[in-house]
Design a protein around this ligand. Sequence first.
Ligand SMILES: Cc1cc2nc3c(=O)[nH]c(=O)nc-3n(C[C@H](O)[C@H](O)[C@H](O)COP(=O)(O)OP(=O)(O)OC[C@H]3O[C@@H](n4cnc5c(N)ncnc54)[C@H](O)[C@@H]3O)c2cc1C
Length: 387
Amino acid sequence: MLYLQEQHLMIRQTVRDVVAKVVAPKAREIDETCAFPWDAVKALGELGLLGVPVPEKYGGAGMDNLSNSILIEEVARHCGSTALTIAAHVGLGTYPILAFGTEEQKMRWIPQLASGQAIGAFGLTEPDAGSDAQATKTTAVRDGNEFVVNGAKMYCTNGSYASTIVFTAVTGTDAAGRKQITAFVVEKGTPGLVQGKLEKKLGMRASDTRMIHFEDCRIPVANVLGGEVQIGVGFKKFMQTLDGGRISIGALGLGIAQGALDRALPYAQQRRAFGGPISDLQGVAFKLADMATWIEGARHLVYHAAMLKDADQPFARQASMAKLFASEVGTKASDMAIQVMGGYGFVREYDVERLYRDAKLCEIGEGTSEIQRMVIGRSLVKDGCGF
Ligand SMILES: Cc1cc2nc3c(=O)[nH]c(=O)nc-3n(C[C@H](O)[C@H](O)[C@H](O)COP(=O)(O)OP(=O)(O)OC[C@H]3O[C@@H](n4cnc5c(N)ncnc54)[C@H](O)[C@@H]3O)c2cc1C
């Protein structure tokens, strides 16, 4: 692609090499056993790939969001679970501290996260607050220099392995009776922070997904994200975090779609029926052509959204478009790969059924496809189409 620079080609090759050695060989096994991808996390951390867009000052690689998208795409070509683990760690567990934390908070938590010595997580969703995240019921009541937190967060990715979880809680109401929501960081081992059971899932089975309970969990005021002045104004920070996170989920859907084509194309070229390779049959070739075209479009959308973010330009609409399109491409392309591969596509040995199961999450996590359409629609009505 014309706009990829030397650093992007370099990171792509580095990730391809490490994925071939550490991620791809284990992907099927960890999907079956639901084992957390520790080997991959360790290897990627050692290469500085768990803090790609984090400035060097805080122990990161000091690269851009486009590089991070390429990383997630390349990992997702082989293992959605590992890609989701990284996407949540970087985009949701680390980014809010980097973007909204005080200098002291950044120095305290980011270097460990960026080097992969610690894993980060993000707790927004609750049993009664998903798409409507403002319906949060978790409360944090001030008691001197602490907040006492009660409630639960659902589907927390990396929940049981995270050293820090950035989460929201209601700390009061404003004059109009609206909830005031504050963002906090809770550290692993804090009394009253209780992990729920590992969720059994359709896909992304090696990614750690858990309920997190707060039971009279005491959190110092020093852990309010951005410091005491930010009490009551945390919701917007979480929405901004999701804007960036959506680029990563787009990259994940894109990687899964590419992984599906990677497998379906050579299969179609070698599988013979009616006297020739099935890739010569128009009905099959058209499927491959559609997959390749969707993937090319998804890649442009994802990379463009990442480049806008890197250029400090508004990017929320483009991030939603990238997430919406690339997620749906992930599902459609992996579905189509199964169809091209027939019975072989349906069995585990050929991996495309796993890609299909993993892809579906991209249409749900970090805002469902309906929510992305809502964000894009509102932005069109407010700002026009932009051309
Ligand atoms: C594997 C996995 C990992 C996750 N990781 C995390 C995490 O790390 N941290 C975290 O906080 N959350 C996480 N989530 C939660 C995820 O972000 C939510 O599941 C998602 O936002 C949808 O919320 P919900 O499940 O409550 O669905 P609901 O909000 O109940 O939605 C149900 C349906 O209603 C539709 N709907 C809702 N509102 C509208 C509307 N206004 N217009 C049209 N349709 C609408 C939705 O699109 C959906 O189809 C994860 C989820 C999964 C499955």
